[in-house]
Design a protein around this ligand. Structure first.
Ligand code: F6R
Length: 249
């Protein structure tokens, strides 16, 4: 098992700046990079920092392709809580990542066919170079909830009640998240050449502490990352807090 590198920064904005710079270096080294992207509140300041780098330094996404981790099943196209909408609003349209180069799972047709097509599209690009991940309070990555197999590929996932509760605030009043989503599997994620896991805020401290000092266990999907040789955790002091006593810092 491999221990990830930890980049512990003072605040979420410091994490955003450090990770945006890390991604900018990767993009400049490989303009035809294939990125794996995530949504969620954690990534809002990070995408804002990337957009700022695009505007101020000319950081180009012209040759880049991207695959998002997941998408809800059955939301109408353009739904304000869809992950496509989130990505367009927070990154794609600002940096010129067009829909033919910036993919999310197709969640409005036959889900099983969409899962296979997504895996094929990732393979056709030669795999993912740099995969971004957030972490759920229950240790989920993508929509791979506790109990998910570590070798799973892109699949239909049923959301747990805690994930539905955590994501309800992203939906218009009176709406709740759909019960199912398409997500890259943990095996798909582990096939990326490099992985960055981001955790900010005290609310993520317990999940982070469960993911790393202990042995990998299906109860904590993020602990599967110990099976990957090139993982960096970008976190703030608040999220790192609970690991202080574990000899990590
Ligand atoms: C999002 C995703 C999720 C989130 C996780 C954390 O594409 O796959 O695993 O990364 O739920 O979400 P936030 O950042 O909102 O706490």
């Amino acid at each position: 098992m491999t221990k990830p590198d930890f980049q512990v920064l003072a605040s979420p904005s410091a994490v955003a700046e450090a990770l945006a710079n890390h991604m900018a270096r990767a993009l400049r080294a490989e303009p035809a990079i294939t990125l794996g992207l995530a949504t969620g509140k954690t990534f809002l300041p990070i995408y804002a920092a990337l957009v700022a780098l695009h505007r101020t330094t000319g950081l180009s996404f012209e040759g880049a392709h991207s695959f998002n981790l997941d998408e809800y099943i059955g939301l109408v196209p353009g739904h304000p809580a869809s992950f496509r909408h989130y990505m367009e609003e927070n990154l794609f349209r600002h940096v010129g990542l067009s829909a033919d180069r910036a993919l999310l799972p197709e969640a409005n047709g036959d889900p099983e066919a969409a899962c296979l097509a997504y895996e094929r599209a990732i393979s056709a690009r030669g795999g993912i170079d740099l995969q971004l991940l957030g972490i759920g309070r229950n240790g989920h990555i993508g929509f791979n909830e506790p109990g998910s197999a570590f070798d799973g590929r892109t699949q239909v996932a049923r959301l747990t009640p805690s994930t539905i509760a955590a994501n309800t605030s992203d939906f218009p009043p009176g709406e709740v998240p759909p019960p199912e989503a398409i997500t890259m599997g943990i095996g798909t994620i582990l096939a990326a050449r490099e992985i960055v896991l981001v955790a900010t805020g005290a609310g993520k401290a317990e999940a982070l502490a469960r993911a790393f000092p202990a042995a990998p266990h299906q109860d904590c999907p993020a602990s599967a990352l110990q099976r990957h040789a090139h993982v960096t955790v970008f976190c703030d002091e608040a999220a790192f807090g609970a690991m202080r006593g574990e000899g990590q810092g």
